[in-house]
Every structure is written in C-alpha cells, then in structure tokens.
Design a protein around this ligand. Structure first.
Ligand code: PGA
Length: 221
C-alpha cells in the first residue's frame, strides 16, 4: 500500500498512473469510478491536457435513475472529465442493458487495461455490496442501507438516494489487466486493512483483489 501525505498527493499519484497508461498506450481502455475520492484525480488529469482521442472508458457503475439528474453518474462524468477533455462521446460507456452486450463490448475491445476503484465503507467495489458473488457479472443490484446512508450527502434527503444501480460484477472487474484502488480518509483505513490483509471472502467484496496479481493500493489520511 502506498501511503500519500495528502489528498493532493494521492490524486497526483493516481493521475501519474493514468497519464503513463494513456501516453504509452493511446488506445487504452480505462475502467473509471465516481464518488468523492476520484475528484482530485479527475482535476489533475484535466489540468495535464492529455490526448483522450483514442481512449475508451467504461464506468464501473451507474444509479438506476434519470441520467440527466445532476447526481447521476453520467452527469458526474460529464462535469468532472468528459466535458473537459477531447474524449469522443461515443467512446465512453456506462453499464447498460442487455448486460451481455455491455460485457461483450468490453471483451471485444480486448478488455480493460487499467481500472481505478474506490472502496465503500462496507468494503464494496463499484456497487458490488457485501455478499456479491466473486463470479458476478454486470447486473442490477440493490444498494445496501450503508451505501444509501453514505451517499445521502450528495442528495437533498436520504429518500432521494436511488435504491438500485447497474454495476460491473466482481468477475468483470477482476479481468482488468491492472487495478488501482484509491481510498481517502481515516474512516476507510479499517475496511482497507480488512480487505487487503484479512480473509478473502464475499462478505468483503474488495478482498477479492488479493487474488489479482497487478493491484496497487493508494491511501491517504
Ligand atoms: P467515496 O465512495 O469515494 O465517495 O468515498 C467510494 C465508493 O463507494 O466506492
């Protein structure tokens, strides 16, 4: 685990990894997260004025809600990355139905080269909540009470938080060639330690990453 001195340093370190990937492999396929943790990374990436022309992105998950809502993940990505780079609109994908077609799209593009992940306070990655099968693929999921509570801060009230989402499965994510997990804040340290050094169990979805041979974990208090 790489421990950064500050959120700025963590954001810049993960942006370095993405920048290297984009520059060395301009046809890269990236798996991208939302939430508060990656905001600094997106700001860094935008300020570096990289060439996104041939990059293809697959977001990890999306709430089941009106995609034009300001808190949809589609709006988040437009605001924080897509509208600020030269990425082609046709090159950015969110999980969609039929799920097999979405999965085929990833497969036909030769798979995700670099996948950036956050971790939920309950150990979820993307929206694979505790109990998700390690073999799971893209599907609709019910969000756990913990996730709904955690994400209420983005909405006017907890009742407004969507209760369902479409998420890439753990099996889907594990096929990424390289994975970087980012976590910001002391409140994430306990679950991070459990996930990275505890038992590999479906009760802690992020623990599956112990079975991947190319994972980096970046943390800052
Ligand atoms: P956060 O969410 O970055 O807003 O803490 C992380 C996650 O739930 O995956």
């Amino acid at each position: 685990m790489i421990v950064s001195k500050s959120y700025k340093e963590l954001s810049s370190t993960v942006a370095d990894i993405v920048e290297t990937q984009i520059k060395e492999h301009p046809l890269s396929k990236l798996g991208l997260p939302t939430g508060s943790t990656p905001l600094g990374m997106y700001d860094e990436l935008v300020s570096r004025k990289l060439n996104w022309k041939s990059i293809i992105t697959f977001n990890l998950d999306a709430y089941l809600m009106n995609i034009n809502h300001s808190e949809s993940y589609q709006s988040y990505m437009k605001k924080n990355l897509f509208d600020r780079t030269n990425i082609f609109p046709d090159h950015s994908h969110f999980p969609f139905r039929p799920f097999s077609v979405f999965e085929d799209k990833i497969e036909k593009s030769m798979g995700i080269d670099l996948c950036i992940l956050g971790i939920g306070s309950n150990g979820h990655i993307a929206f694979n909540e505790p109990g998700s099968s390690f073999k799971s693929r893209t599907r609709v999921v019910n969000l756990s009470e913990q996730t709904i509570e955690d994400n209420a801060r983005f909405f006017d009230s907890i009742e407004d938080v969507p209760k369902q989402a479409i998420t890439m499965g753990l099996g889907t994510i594990m096929e990424s060639k390289k994975i970087v997990l980012i976590a910001n804040g002391k409140h994430k340290l306990n679950i991070l330690n459990i996930a990275m050094s505890g038992e590999v169990t479906e009760d802690v979805p992020a623990s599956i990453l112990q079975n991947h041979d190319n994972v980096e974990v970046l943390y800052c208090e």
